[in-house]
Ligand binder design. Structure first.
Ligand code: IPE
Ligand code: IPE
Ligand code: MG
Length: 248
């Protein structure tokens, strides 16, 4: 389990992004879907740079779901090559920018060498204190919960907090504050189901390769305009003595 995240990062927002629409972006431009995925990597770079300046401490990006193995072999291997390329080419910039990278999801089904490259990137960036970047690869939220259940047997007393640590793989990770999904789809597609219990949801028609700093700002502005209640009431909704209206 990962630990040692600077506490300052924990007080900042946790944003999850379902980076969707690469294929449609490319097809509309009469290009191959692969070109869309390549352009998607550029969008990742932009957002990773913009996020810490906009109050984001943890950024979880959905890059490849466990259900994405159902895609044609050629597309899957192109996506895996892009991941390999990202890990090799990006580590230096991540270290320079204080980004701590972890990859969540299964590693045992990835093509040869990728798990090792992930381990190296995680080790090299472990000291990052500006942004906690988590990339979800071969990730399924339901599998993460199932695996946590299997490991929970070893815990003395099960609480929401210690179970959360097992689900997320990171001690004390903040719940997701905001989930963004691009491309106009309005579903969660098995992303961070446990962690998003009280997350605000933001859907935009922007295709992921076109997403940038301003789109992130727009999503965060909308988020800051929401009233989060966590099941309680806002102070102005309380009776003068703080008594619930129906208590008499
Ligand atoms: C998101 O874009 C990237 C992955 C799921 C790997 P898509 O490839 O899903 O793009 P669309 O939804 O087909 O346009
Ligand atoms: C979700 O997108 C997974 C990622 C963005 C990596 P999909 O494009 O795979 O989701 P569905 O199939 O439209 O729900
Ligand atoms: Mg899609």
């Amino acid at each position: 389990m990962q630990s040692g995240l600077p506490s300052e990062l924990q007080t900042k927002l946790h944003v999850g992004i379902i980076m969707d629409g690469n294929g449609r972006w490319a097809i509309r431009r009469r290009m191959s879907r692969l070109r869309g995925h390549e352009a998607g990597v550029e969008a990742i770079r932009r957002v990773v740079e913009a996020a810490p300046k906009q109050g984001v401490g943890t950024l979880t990006l959905y890059a490849f779901s466990s259900d994405n193995w159902r895609r044609p072999k050629a597309e899957v291997s192109a996506l895996m090559s892009l991941l390999r390329f990202y890990l090799a080419s990006e580590v230096e910039a991540l270290v320079r920018n204080g980004v701590r990278l972890t990859v969540i999801g299964r590693r045992d089904r990835l093509p040869a060498g990728i798990a090792e490259a992930i381990g190296r990137a995680e080790a090299a960036t472990a000291g990052g204190e500006t942004l906690n970047l988590r990339i979800a690869v071969d990730y399924s939220a339901r599998d993460a919960i199932l695996n946590a259940v299997a490991r929970a047997a070893s815990l003395g007393g099960l609480t929401r907090e210690n179970f959360s640590d097992l689900v997320t793989g990171e001690a004390g990770l903040r719940d997701v504050d905001l989930v963004i999904r691009t491309s106009g789809e309005k579903r969660l597609s098995d992303f961070l189901l446990w962690e998003s219990a009280y997350a605000e949801l933001h859907f935009t028609d922007r295709m992921w390769p076109d997403f940038g700093e301003e789109d992130l700002r727009e999503a965060l502005t909308a988020f800051h305009g929401r009233e989060r209640r966590f099941g309680g009431l806002q102070p102005e909704a309380l009776e003068p003595q703080g008594e619930p209206a129906l208590s008499a």
